[in-house]
Design a protein around this ligand. Sequence first.
Ligand SMILES: [Zn+2]
Ligand SMILES: [Zn+2]
Ligand SMILES: [Zn+2]
Length: 139
Amino acid sequence: MRRNVLRIALALVMMLAIVAGTTTTMTKKVDAACSHPTYAWIPYQAATCTKLKIDLKVCTKCGEILGALVKPVDPNKHTWQRVTVIQQATCTRSGVAFERCAECGKTRETTIPATGHRITTIYRNGHYETYCSICGSPC
Ligand SMILES: [Zn+2]
Ligand SMILES: [Zn+2]
Ligand SMILES: [Zn+2]
């Protein structure tokens, strides 16, 4: 009886050791350095007149950054911000705006496109009339 109990206990310990060993091996496999089987190029920074374009090569499995692709600045890609309107656009006439680049400070005058008439229809004097609700001119 006692020998049997000992044998069972020994077998249990051995089983536990095997299970523990297997678990350790599995954990080691997951923790082992990723072989980076697949990767993706992720845009990190867009090119402007002063900023480089940077794309990062990232492993899609573990997320590690594997490399970077840097492209020169795009001298024509300014970040235009409107400073003031020199001349308002109307329905038929284009306007002028003054803009400055938020990156390099370069300035320019740019055209604001004409808005076009906003046509409204009303019923007056027994018939329908269409006119522009902004400038009032008949269309
Ligand atoms: Zn990886
Ligand atoms: Zn600029
Ligand atoms: Zn109009």
